[in-house]
Design a protein around this ligand. Structure first.
Ligand SMILES: [Zn+2]
Length: 307
């Protein structure tokens, strides 16, 4: 068993734009969001995204991956993953400060889930896969939509993941209503801004009922020891993606404290738009160097197999 708990296969096409040296998170996010929009609007966009997904799956299989947690904005990775024989969860990405965008994506998710279940009922291959939802992040999703995501996952009994505390600016946006992520929608031409709760990302996720769903918490670089106390005993699993954190100038997650508090941790590569390979063993090697002297290498090896 080899688990890569976080990928974005529909960004494999953007591997050629991978930063070679560390860049600030918000700069990269702004550029990649624009690139994604342009790609989806171009005539050959879907085909090029599909070709990237096929290459990404081939790389996962060549690395010996057995289980994957893929976040898909386009939904285009669903069928190729079903056909691949891989196990795991395909998380349909939901976001949008405009409630109608969230509603549209949730409707599409319902449609994809129904189709997936119909195929399963007819004995299709890929029954080792599940469909889930991804709450992309609190700074780019209206809380009305977050409530609907939570209700959807409860009603349909499907898993959830969320990008959480990846950047320190997430807390700044939520607590103070300031900072680069707070202003990001303006740079993308929107008048809307993220909601302000005056509390950090993890307490907000708790308040909105997200933690009750035992989500995969992606990144968690800026989760504090107090945040980890909230997370422990919820059944949530943290996905550590140290190479992506490094290239985006985010601080390394408090892995030693996560393990000390007995919170389950998995490893994920994130996307080829950020890291060189989808081989999660490369992520483990990077993590071992990063946390040398603080975390036993054997504990990191265990994360590869979900032990
Ligand atoms: Zn991600």
């Amino acid at each position: 068993m080899l688990v890569n708990a976080h990928t974005h296969l529909d960004q494999c096409w953007a591997a050629k734009f991978r930063p070679k040296t560390p860049v600030p998170f918000h700069n990269w996010l702004l550029r990649q969001t624009r690139r994604d929009q342009n790609m989806l609007q171009s005539e050959t966009g879907e085909k090029r995204i599909q070709a990237g997904i096929e290459e990404g799956i081939a790389e996962l299989l060549a690395a010996g991956t057995t289980h994957v947690g893929d976040v898909t904005r386009t939904g285009l990775s669903v069928q190729p993953l079903v056909d691949s024989g891989l196990s795991g969860v395909i998380y349909l990405d939901i976001l949008g400060l405009e409630p109608n965008v969230g509603d549209f994506l949730l409707q599409r998710a319902t449609h994809i889930l129904d189709g997936f279940r119909d195929q399963a009922a007819n004995g299709r291959p890929g029954s080792n896969l599940q469909i889930g939802l991804s709450l992309n992040a609190l700074y780019n999703t209206s809380f009305k939509t977050v409530e609907k995501i939570v209700a959807f996952c409860e009603t349909e009994a499907v898993p959830l993941c969320v990008h959480a505390a990846e950047s320190d600016q997430e807390n700044e946006a939520l607590i103070d209503g300031t900072g680069l992520l707070f202003d990001l929608p303006g740079h993308l031409g929107s008048d809307l801004r993220p909601e302000v709760t005056e509390i950090g990302v993890i307490p907000t996720l708790e308040k909105l009922g997200v933690l009750d769903l035992k989500p995969l918490l992606l990144h968690m670089n800026y989760a504090t020891k107090d945040d980890l106390d909230i997370v422990k005993n919820t059944g949530a699993v943290i996905v550590h993606c140290p190479r992506a954190s490094h290239i985006l100038k985010n601080r390394p997650a408090l892995l030693r404290h996560m393990l000390k508090k007995e919170i389950p941790v998995a490893l994920g590569t994130e996307s080829l738009a950020l890291v060189e390979t989808l081989d999660v063993r490369d992520e483990a090697e990077f993590a071992k160097e990063l946390h040398a002297g603080m975390v036993f290498a054997g504990a990191i090896d265990n994360m590869l197999t979900g032990a």
